[in-house]
Design a protein. Structure first.
Length: 374
């Protein structure tokens, strides 16, 4: 009997062509009309029961096994939206859906979640709010993301935090504009902002336990005037991000950002207004499901090709919302490249089509082993 990967290789070319077609027609959050239509069409053609309408463009596919006595169900999630620079639709999930619909060698139900708006739109949260798991109850949920820098044929999964909470901070420092040659008559918000940017780095170095992790990055600085060499502006706007893993660290970081901004500005005779927006929570794999995902990977790829002690990343993922509702795991699939080359969210990045059968085969094996036939 052929393995899932071997069987899926038979239609590798179809999956590759579909991925390239989606890559050529990227769609932003909640606008994935063409993408979701194509996903629904391909699922239906494979004999998958298709449901549409959640979170506007979301698609849910249902495949029931040869047996149903277990009463169990698992979910496999893919996201469909793009950044303005590249697409992120996950084709291995379509390959897994086709394989499982053809074979059905499992006892229970597999729910394929094709989610819109991962890139900042919180599509997972919207689907959950609109009743995803009430309509399609599942016991566990799994996600898979390709990972540059990790060779093809390898995967990584760990228990605990794997991706960070993603918060956004905007600080407006207000001073008093004036002539660059007479700064003593002004309150220079540029100098205040420079001091504040430095002060914010003490959150990581002096406020948070050294064995914990926090990143505070001010990524943009804009003054109320540009192009004039001798005018002190009256205000400066700072925009940045705060990344954490632990809820208590997240609370601490927000409090310290507010304190440092307002008090530093006050010390220089200026003022600061802080807008702090909580983004996605941290993506935290549950221990049992992370071990299970690793065990399946060892059987599919070999024990030497499964990494369980990899470092978390400070990037974020709205798969975190699913993990707040159900136990599960988020897995990284090696695709090669990187190491100084193209990383994710790089305009020159491209997907390695050769790993499609590997990802699809792994997802299929995950479903079969989570829902074994008696």
């Amino acid at each position: 009997m052929s393995t899932p990967i071997e069987r899926i290789r038979r239609y590798h070319n179809e999956l590759r062509d579909l991925r390239r077609d989606l890559h050529a027609h990227p769609e932003l959050a909640f606008e994935e009309t063409r993408t979701s239509g194509l996903v629904a069409e391909r699922l239906a053609a494979c004999g998958v029961e298709v449901h549409r309408g959640l979170a506007k463009t979301g698609v849910v596919g249902i495949v029931r096994g040869r047996g149903t006595g277990s009463g169990r169900a698992i979910a496999l999630r893919a996201d469909m939206d793009c950044l303005p620079m590249h697409e992120t639709a996950n084709i291995p999930h379509l390959g897994a859906a086709r394989y499982l619909a053809e074979t059905r060698e499992f006892d229970g139900t597999v729910c394929f979640i094709f989610q819109p708006a991962e890139e900042g739109g919180g599509g997972a949260q919207v689907m959950l709010r609109e009743g995803l798991f009430e309509r399609f109850p599942v016991n566990e949920v799994y996600g898979l993301h390709n990972w540059p820098g990790l060779p093809p044929g390898k995967m990584a999964v760990r228990a605990g935090p794997v991706m960070a909470a993603t918060d956004e901070v905007q600080i407006t420092v207000r001073g008093r504009g004036g002539h660059g040659a007479m700064p003593h008559l002004a309150v220079d918000p540029v100098v205040v902002s420079a001091q504040l940017i430095t002060a914010l780095q003490t959150i990581a170095s002096r406020s948070v336990n050294p064995i914990d992790a926090v990143v505070v990055s001010i990524c943009s600085m804009a003054t109320s005037q540009v192009g004039v060499f001798n005018v002190i502006p009256d205000h400066v706007k700072l925009v940045g991000t705060v990344r954490t893993f632990q809820p208590q660290t997240r609370d601490l970081a927000e409090r310290r950002v507010r304190e440092l901004a307002t008090k530093t500005a006050e010390a220089f005779g200026a003022s600061a207004e802080v807008t702090y927006a909580r983004g996605y929570p941290a993506t935290i794999n549950s221990p049992r499901e992370a071990r299970f995902a690793a065990d399946v990977g060892k059987r599919v790829f070999g024990a030497e090709n499964v990494i369980t002690e990899h470092e978390p990343t400070m990037g974020g993922e709205d798969f975190a919302y699913f993990l707040q509702e159900r136990p599960g795991a988020y897995v990284f699939l090696g695709q090669g490249g990187a190491a100084g080359g193209c990383l994710l969210h790089n305009p020159n990045y491209d997907f390695n089509d050769e790993v499609i059968p590997l990802g699809a085969g792994y997802l299929a094996a995950l479903a079969e082993e989570a829902l074994p036939l008696k």
